[in-house]
Structure formats: C-alpha cells, structure tokens
Write a protein that binds this ligand. Sequence first.
Ligand code: FAD
Ligand code: DHB
Length: 394
Amino acid sequence: MKSKKTQVCIIGSGPAGLLLSQLLHNEGISSIIVDRQSRSRIEERVRAGVLEWGSVEALEDAGIGERMHREGLPHSGFDLAFDGDLHRIDLTALVDKRVMVYGQTEVTIDLIARRLKQGCEIIFSAEEVQPIDVKSDAPKVRYTKDGETVEITCDYIAGCDGFHGVSRQTIPQDILKTFERVYPFGWMGVLVEKPPVSDELIYANHQRGFALCSMRSPTRSRYYVQCPTTDKVEDWSDARFWDELAVRIGPQVAANLETGDSFEKSIAPLRSFVAEPMRFGNLFLCGDAAHIVPPTGAKGLNLAIADVRILSRGLIEHYKRAQDAYLEAYSQTCLKRVWKVERFSWYMSTMLHQFPEFSGFEKRMQRAEFDYLAGSEAASQALAENYVGLPLEM
Ligand code: FAD
Ligand code: DHB
C-alpha cells in the first residue's frame, strides 16, 4: 500500500472542499483533496447561482475574485410574485447590502484551476474512499485509484463530500442525530442561451406552482418550475416548460420572456436536513455533508462557504497560535447559524410553493404572508437580512 502525508485531508472537491484547501494554503497549511468524480464531471455540474456578499469576500480572500468581479452580476434586489402581483425586495435600501449572481460551476472551475496551479494534489476519480481512525491523533483517508490502494495520514479530516458522501456515515449512529423534512415536489430547471426575462430574479408563487427566473449572464438565463417528484426530465419538452413558466410568472412579466432550445435540464428534489454534531474526533463535516436546505433562497452553497470560513479560522488558530478554542466550538458555532438558515429556506419554500396537502387555510396564510411583506418595511427587511446572508456569528 502506498502512503502519503498532509496536515488536512479533504474528502470532496466541491466548493466546500476546494475553498477550504485554498484558505488553508494561504496560511501555509497543507492539504490533499480526494474526490470520487472526474474533474470534468465536477466542472460540468450546474447548481446554485447566487452568492451572499460574505461568500464573495471569502472567494476574494481565496484569490479567485478577479473573474467573479469581471463576469458576475451584482444584484441590489429581487422580486416576489404572487398570482401575478409583484413586490420588490430592495436589498440595498432595506439592509444596505447586495448579492452576486455567479454560478457555482464557475466558482468550482476557478478554484480547481487555482489549486492545481499552486501545486495542490487533487485526486480525482478515487474509488472506495474511506476515513479511518478518525478518533486517533493520526487519522487516515484510504482510497483506491488505478488498482492501487493509497493511505493518506493527516492531523485532521474535512468531510466535504456532500449529502451522499462517506464522511457522515463514519459517525456512529448513537452519536449522530439527524433531522429531516422531504418536500412533496422538486424543481425542474433549464439553462437557455437567451437574455433573462428581467434584470432581477423573480420568485413566483402561482396556483399552478412555484417558478423562479434567474440568470447566469446578460445572455444566459436559468429558469425553474415546481414539479411532482415523480416527473422525469423527458416529461418536460421545451415547449411544455415555456408554456408553464409563462403562466406562472403572469402575462406582464411573460411579455418579455425570450424562449429557445434549452441546453441543460435537470430535476432536483427539495429537502431540509441537518446532522448533529458536525465534528467527531478529528473529522469535521462541512457543507452538504452535514446539512441540506431546499434551494428557495439560494442558501446551500453559501452555507457550505460559511462552514468552511469557520473551520479554516479554527485550523489556522490551531496551526499558527496553538489555540484550539475555535476548533472546539466548530460544531456549535456552525449549527447555530445552520438552523437559522434552515429556518429561512423552509420559510421561503413554504411561502412560495403549492403543497398538495394544503387546504384553503394554508393557501390564505401564504397570501397573507405575501401581503404582509408587500405592506411592511419591517417584514421585508427581515427577509432581506436573511437573503443577503447572516453574519458568521450572531
Ligand atoms: P458538493 O458540491 O456536493 O460537493 C461534494 C463533493 O464530494 C463532490 O465533488 C462529490 O463528487 C464528492 N464526493 C461525494 N461522495 C464522495 C465520496 N464517497 N468520496 C469522495 N468524494 C465524494 N443550492 C442553491 O443554493 N441553489 C440551487 O439552485 C441549487 N441547486 C442544486 C441542484 C442539485 C442537483 C444539487 C445536488 C444541489 C443544489 N444546490 C443548490 C445546493 C448546492 O449546490 C450545494 O449546497 C453545494 O454544492 C454544497 O457544496 P459542497 O461542497 O458541500 O458539496
Ligand atoms: C438560483 C437558484 C436558487 O436556488 C435561487 O434561490 C436563486 C437562483 C440559480 O440557479 O440561479
């Protein structure tokens, strides 16, 4: 068996693992990243699109701000729509902050390029990845590649391997508590090479279901519609998608909708999930490995970045100043914030989707929530404060 050594072994080359590796490298701390997927698969995945400003700053710190600032689209507000009525959430006026529209795909491409250029070892297409001895002072990550088994010995393991990864499964069942809500619908998403229907994002609740108008650039749009979990991508021809989207966003907005052939189509399920604690021995869970939010409100990627900012601070304090207070508090610090973000994502999802089990009462509650937001600056401000991103600690 071949062996390697590093300070922090990172499982997962998604945004969480890559950013952690970069923030550690900036302080002279070594890491190796192991991922089961190929580089091209990782770089082709289309996922989130909105960065909180705290995430923008973390990516600047990581040294990948240049293309993001050149190609990303700063947004100072977005629209909520309810059966055709519009209410603008003016982020700048309400909380004096903005967000950045820049795709997760681009963030990942930028981070991989920078990490490789700086000589970081990223092992793609690794098989049978397994954290071992995580409670010892010399934990290891074992994997197989090209028929050869390799063991990486390290001080700490960061489990950044997403919801379906192995890291969380390493924590014994009598220690790990999980909390879950699965929603009775998914999001059907398309990418199209056409200008966005509006300069701002639009989150719409319509009797036929939720719709979201987003974008990736001034010429590339990203749209989603709520669909049953049983639907398949093949059930949604482009024509059906455009007809449904136009109905849900209403005639006033749909008048500007430019349709075309979609070049990416996927269905994502909606889930709320939290695993506690986020540390076991010398294994730390980050991002989707520890928690999932439904995408309404664009928090999944941002939450992963927040975890990594908190963990990197703890590791840097450990290596630079032999102080472990931040590391000791990692799980507690993250979970306090995680639950607030879970609450916001659940709130946005509940307000904006059609639930099969909802009676007339719950539907009136959704409408009342929208009307309250539209008539109350305080309510809009609370929503805006969450949308632009809560502070790391509050
Ligand atoms: P991931 O990006 O999942 O990265 C985990 C990495 O670990 C992957 O590269 C994976 O290959 C690797 N891995 C997994 N298992 C193993 C293993 N056993 N061994 C080694 N490596 C492993 N959020 C939004 O805010 N808006 C959206 O529109 C949105 N859409 C989404 C659509 C989909 C289909 C999915 C799955 C998620 C979406 N999200 C969205 C959520 C957002 O993309 C995630 O929160 C974000 O990717 C979390 O980053 P991460 O680095 O924690 O995990
Ligand atoms: C996008 C995704 C989201 O979940 C969201 O709330 C806003 C935008 C997007 O993919 O562009």
